[in-house]
Write a protein that binds this ligand. Structure first.
Ligand code: ATP
Ligand code: MG
Length: 268
């Protein structure tokens, strides 16, 4: 048996941090997600792959409650997210980076990360996060947490720079630091390697691994970069036209003919 099968056999139910059950989402006639069901074990790196339009970002939007699935349930630590608002999600321990950049262009690197640190303890909309008066001690704590996360992603020397002066690779690290500053237990990464060069992708791989190994954070990774997903993931889930067509260890998924077929005729 593989390591994953052994783990599943030893602890078939108890170790799931995230359970996605029968999640279905349609936009008009488009079926974006159809009865999607899979689990993410605590402390794992799980890759979520599939051709363009397969439903990966839609699933992330369901997880962060930006979309309400038409059917199905999503449970975190056994607790349904069904009644949660998007503003509850960070406090519940779900962090996220976005496929398209979402940093505040007019703010410094450090202030962008502070937005994430603020979300950790407050259910305040992002826009209010930096305008509300904070106690001095609280302000100092936000500053310390944010600087520590910037150091973790290797950007501490750029703290006071405007984000617009940074390279794409560095901006993606700021987004990561912002997500980490909310101290999530589950981190959703939507194409973190998009637009990065070979060397930056290798560094990103090391960073994602250390997020799991050193911070103990469970990672759900959407990525088109197959080398990165296959080398990092304990488990890979494949979506195609909104359906899960494979779910298993990377080697098994790579050898699955249905997966190869799903990618044929696409740009990947
Ligand atoms: N807000 C929306 N309104 C209408 N259709 C949508 C919306 N969001 C997503 N879709 C459709 O749902 C399907 C899944 O899209 P989604 O963005 O989740 O795919 P993806 O797997 O993230 O693709 P990519 O790899 O290109 O990012 C697509 O057909 C897309 O056009
Ligand atoms: Mg997407």
């Amino acid at each position: 048996m593989t390591e994953l099968q052994l783990l599943k056999a030893a602890d078939p139910h108890g170790s799931a941090l995230l359970e996605i059950a029968d999640v279905t989402m349609r936009f008009g006639g488009i079926v974006a997600l159809e009865a999607v069901t899979f689990s993410v074990g605590k402390g794992r790196i799980v890759g979520l792959i599939g051709p363009n339009g397969a439903g990966k970002t839609t699933l992330f939007n369901c997880l962060s409650r930006l979309y309400r699935p038409m059917r199905g349930d999503i449970r975190l630590n056994g607790q349904s997210l069904g009644r949660c608002a998007p503003s509850d999600i960070a406090a519940l321990g779900v962090g996220r980076t976005f496929q398209a950049p979402t940093l505040f262009a007019s703010m410094s690197v450090l202030d962008n990360v502070k937005v994430g640190a603020h979300a950790r303890s407050h259910n305040t909309p992002l826009a209010d996060a930096l305008t509300l008066p904070l106690g001095r001690r609280e302000e100092q704590e936000l500053d310390e947490v944010s600087r520590a996360k910037l150091a973790f992603v290797g950007l501490e020397t750029l703290a006071n720079r405007p984000v617009t002066s940074l390279s794409l690779g560095a901006r993606k690290r700021v987004e990561l630091a912002r997500a980490l500053a909310a101290e999530p237990t589950l981190l959703l990464l939507d194409e973190p390697a998009g637009g990065l060069n070979h060397e930056e992708v290798a560094e990103l791989g090391t960073l994602i691994r250390s997020i799991r190994d050193r911070l103990g954070i469970t990672v759900l990774l959407v990525e088109h970069h197959m080398g990165l997903v296959m080398s990092l993931s304990d488990q890979v889930v494949v979506l195609n036209f909104g359906r899960v067509i494979a779910d298993g260890p990377p080697d098994e998924v790579r050898a699955n003919p249905a997966v190869t077929e799903a990618y044929l005729g696409t740009r990947h």
